[in-house]
Design a protein around this ligand. Structure first.
Ligand SMILES: [Zn+2]
Length: 277
């Protein structure tokens, strides 16, 4: 739940970040191949030495370029070394007035799937033990994977990519910091209660993937009552699963489309989405 208004100001509203995502050479296959050919011709480098060289000279793109659809180079692609694309940072400003937050995670498009990884640092608050933290780690991982992993298949028109998700609890390099509170208080993206149900951890990590709350909230412009455009009562993991049933709570097509749009923009793909089943 992201229902605490004071928390939303705590994160601080920032300018849209999408266009400032750093691009690395392999993230834009067309430019990558063009550059590889030019460099190979110019330098005579090949194989590993070529890749090392490329890693030191990233392609610089203008801001607007990040928004343009990117087409795969077809001709000659099979003659060049096929390296898996690196993981890309996906970062978007999410708005559900008056709430707002930044969604950040890593995504990698491989030959066979799309891999999403969220790195979270847990910050124990008063009365929270190491064992409690290990417990949250275990429960949140299981719940997130249960609700989000392998639920969607992305397609770029040529290939299909099952969408795999994972959460990694880290000490450094986190995408999200979460304060862990003893007892049972209301949780939100960056404050989790020890006694919250497992599904709440999955729900909060859903926000980190850029998904909005979908339950009635008198303070939210689009969800002020049951007729609000942002309200959904279809057993959504982002909705009122406390009332509708935690076990039945699931991701929906609209969630897959949000994730596909964000991952696609960051990796230079135009994805369509279907449910896995
Ligand atoms: Zn929420």
């Amino acid at each position: 739940m992201n229902g605490n208004k004071s928390r939303s100001t705590e994160v601080g509203f920032q300018a849209p970040e999408q266009a400032r995502v750093a691009w690395e050479p392999q993230q834009r296959p067309g430019a990558d191949l063009e550059q590889a050919v030019q460099m190979r011709e110019a330098s005579g480098l090949s194989g590993e030495s070529l890749l090392q060289h490329m890693a030191q000279s990233p392609v610089q793109l203008k801001e607007g370029d990040a928004l343009a659809p990117v087409q795969m180079e077809e001709e000659g692609a099979e003659n060049l070394p096929q390296e898996p694309s690196p993981a890309v940072r996906v970062r978007n400003r999410i708005s559900d007035p008056p709430y707002g937050w930044t969604s950040t995670y890593d995504a990698q498009v491989t030959d066979s799937d799309v891999r999403i990884n969220v790195k979270v640092k847990l910050l124990p608050q008063a009365g929270v033990t190491e064992e409690d933290i290990a417990n949250v780690d275990r429960r949140a991982t299981a719940a997130f994977i249960n609700k989000f992993d392998n639920q969607f298949v992305f397609s770029d028109g040529q290939h299909e990519f099952p969408v795999r998700v994972n959460v990694q609890f880290v000490e450094t390099g986190e995408h999200l910091s979460v304060r862990i509170h003893a007892g049972n208080r209301r949780s939100n993206l960056s404050n989790w209660a020890l006694e919250a149900p497992d599904e709440t951890y999955a729900h909060e990590l859903g926000h980190q993937l850029g998904l909005l709350d979908e339950y009635v909230d008198a303070g939210a412009t689009n969800r002020a009552d049951a007729s609000g455009a942002g309200v959904h009562t279809d057993h959504s993991i982002m909705g009122n699963y406390h009332a509708e049933g935690r076990r039945a709570a699931a991701v929906r097509q609209r969630h897959g489309e949000t994730i596909a749009s964000h991952v696609g923009s960051a990796t230079g793909h135009e994805f369509t989405v279907r449910p896995r089943r």
